[in-house]
Design a protein around this ligand. Structure first.
Ligand SMILES: [Fe+2]
Length: 138
């Protein structure tokens, strides 16, 4: 899928007291520029699936997955290469700070990969594990 730079919606849910919480609605084929964060950040995929290119490697994060954002020492690109909406929720401390970079050749090659036969996403927990109702019904 051809990816468009930008075109996703950022909805700021909270900003202040050293914390920023942002919901991002990723339309099909949208992506961020390559960037880093001077803030610590954590992201949770609420719906659909996003990709992340980090260190020349493409990772996938699907609904229920969470991942740590890069810090100042690394840079990444996040986007939606599916035909469906994806929604993520991000928390940054302190409030979001980022620098933008140009894509490298390695990034472009990684972004073009579409083979997910070996998913490489990091899933520290699933949504069902978080549901107390689910636990009581077992
Ligand atoms: Fe990021």
């Amino acid at each position: 899928m051809a990816l468009t730079l930008g075109g996703y919606d950022r909805i700021i849910r909270h900003r202040g007291n050293g914390i920023e919480a942002v919901e991002i609605v990723w339309h099909p084929g949208t992506r961020t520029p390559k960037h880093n964060h001077a803030s610590r950040g954590w992201a949770w995929v609420l719906q659909g699936r996003v990709f992340e290119v980090r260190n020349g490697k493409k990772l996938y994060h699907a609904a229920g997955d969470a991942f740590l954002e890069v810090d100042r020492e690394e840079a990444h690109t996040v986007g939606n290469d599916t035909n469906d909406l994806a929604v993520t929720f991000h928390v940054y401390q302190p409030e979001l700070q980022m620098d933008m970079f140009s894509d490298s050749e390695l990034d472009i090659v990684a972004m073009d990969l579409s083979d997910i036969s070996e998913p490489n996403h990091f899933a520290p927990f699933s949504a069902t594990q978080l549901s107390p109702h689910q636990a009581r019904n077992d």
